[in-house]
Unconditional design. Structure first.
Length: 134
């Protein structure tokens, strides 16, 4: 009737993927444990992996936030994704930027949201209709 566990060690790649998924767990304790492990990995990881970590941590923090401070914590993770520039896939940067704009708008940081929105329009013009577009 209980959950079966395996005594075998988990390889680092599998642990990484598991923790990326667990930052969205329903239970806060599970989310926090995964977050702590991912932050530790990020300290020594290549830029592409840091991008994945910060993207997932930021989205999770915003989704599960119960205060503006927690939303801003997630926003900072998403800023880190944007700062990694070419080390992160364009689609991930776009997603991080759009989530960042929404988060900043939600907590009343209109000027910051506008700055990020403008940056996204410059970097991803095909994603935004202009006023003169048909």
């Amino acid at each position: 009737t209980g959950v079966q566990t395996c005594a075998l060690p988990i390889c680092p790649g599998t642990r990484f993927l598991l923790d990326l998924a667990r930052v969205d767990a329903a239970e806060p304790r599970v989310r926090e444990a995964a977050r702590r492990r991912l932050v530790a990995v990020a300290a020594k990881a290549p830029a592409w992996q840091v991008g994945w970590i910060r993207h997932r941590l930021g989205r999770s923090a915003i989704r599960n936030a119960t205060s503006d401070a927690e939303v801003l914590r997630g926003a900072l993770d998403l800023v880190n994704v944007l700062a990694l520039e070419d080390a992160v896939a364009p689609a991930m940067r776009l997603d991080a930027g759009q989530a960042l704009v929404a988060a900043l708008d939600a907590v009343g940081r209109d000027d910051e949201a506008s700055t990020i929105r403008t940056t996204l329009m410059i970097e991803f013009p095909e994603q935004f209709q202009t006023e003169t577009a048909p």
